[in-house]
Design a protein. Sequence first.
Length: 601
Amino acid sequence: MQSTTRDKGAVERTFSSINTLFVQHVAAYTGSHTGERGQDAEGEAVWTLAQLDDLLQEWIICGWQEREHDGLRHPMMPRLSLSPNEMWAALVAVCGYVPVPLGREDYIELMPSRRCAITDEGIRFEYRTYDGPALNGHRHRSPAADGKWEVHHNPYEPWQCWVRLPDGWAQAEWIHRSLVSRPFTDTTWQHIRTVATRHTDRAEHEEHLARHLDELLRRAHTGQTSAAHSHKGSSPADVPGRRAGTRRARRRTADTGPPKGPAEHLPPADENTPPAPGSAGTAASAGAWSIFDAHQEAQLVKAANQETDNGPYASPTTWREWTRFVDSEPACLPGPGPWNAEERLDYHSQFVILSTPTMAKISLTLRRLMILNRRHNGTARRGLLISGPPTTGKTTTLQQLGRSFHLADRARHNSFDERLPVAFLSVPPAATPKMLVSELARFLDLPIGKAMNQARITDIVCGVLRDLSTQLVLVDDVHLLNTRTRIGAETSDQMKHLSERLPATFVYAGVAIEASPLLTGSRGAQLAGRFKMVRNPPLAYGSPAQRTAWEGLVRGMDQALRLQAHRPDTLTRHAPYLHHRTGGRIGSCPPSSGKQRSPPS
């Protein structure tokens, strides 16, 4: 809306009212001239701009809107003048109130705006250039007199902006977004602009700022304090979407440098070199046991464990560890080979995860339950129970399903830090209701004091999970709950209370849940009625279909092995023997890391 000269009086009168009714009562008021200024106005300045904005908004609602207005009259009481708040209440009582949620265009309208030109390079402001296919056809063609367009941007997501075109809003992305691996805000960008070296060429300077920003964000994510320190352990593989060809554990090592294998701590082994003390060759040649060397054993233990110290293989019991688990890449070897012994050990210690028919069934069942719970407003939401004997892959299935849902939610909402769609926890031994909800608080990294009771912790945890839009809660080791005891029954009630408070789908996993006390009594009947049971038994080897499934699993493991002298289909030929030794339990088939040994015929 264009302003006219007739608006000048109304605007000046409004500002005068704000000055006399609000501003003059604020500390450090200076007045319109020096005669109205106090003795120490600078010393009274105790409000920030954000605090002044809050005070002004509160005064508008509680002060300005409470003043009577001659133009506001109730039809039933025409002689009585009403305030804006009273008139609003009267109209709502008659017409009602329909809350309308804001749409995409509404949120864009509320963002900060500026006027920018669309050039051949795109849209430029704050030393960032935005471009996109939607800008084609509008470059240097603004209908406005100043040749510019209305551009809205989000200071908390400065890697994109929106332009108001004749046919609606068009999105444009920052041209250097791929150079920055993590989300950032406009405040971080302004800091980079103040510390980075200025380049004469604007395009080169913008790319230089983007690379400095990525370096700062990666240092902040890993907790490093200097750029020189970060270069020791970081690599392009730390950036999502890039692959540097190095092993995952090695590129996350920040201080120890390149990992050393056991071969680097021992003398070279050849025919002319005697075996090291403590090896099998010493006992065989001397006919006696060798002397144990603790120093040499410490070197071997250090070489074997230095890859896992504070590495990405910790159990995901906090949201940071869970996010690191979600972002981790699958097992891979650096390049086409040949690989040394340390690289093979690292690959097989992580190894690949093979999809089983039970895993596919559990995934399908979970998707159906989440669809049922999507618009469910009641408290009796449906859940999933995963039951089976040990070493059948229950926890692995639970974590991988949560990981898949987390990645899908991130791709749908294009969000990294604002949402936590999945929460994961394990039931602690001898758990109490407070211990259980405290585990969720520890997963969220919430400060829980000793004086806080169970109800207070539950309120905090549920509030945070709602704010983070958590839609899937994974609970492992539920077989540890013994509902036949008072504490176990109360803990089971606490889990039921959480499932009713949170708009999320709960998935429980445990050993032989159908035979545990969890499903006994009235509590167990209610749980069994709300939760769908999916059993994860060992793979059988009886019918032709079962044999085909087991042989497919073994063949997949055979193809994934990278042993030094591996012959293809060796494991496949011994599929019956492997099933006899493992009983069909996939967790009993760990990959070997040395030379291949064939089972006895």
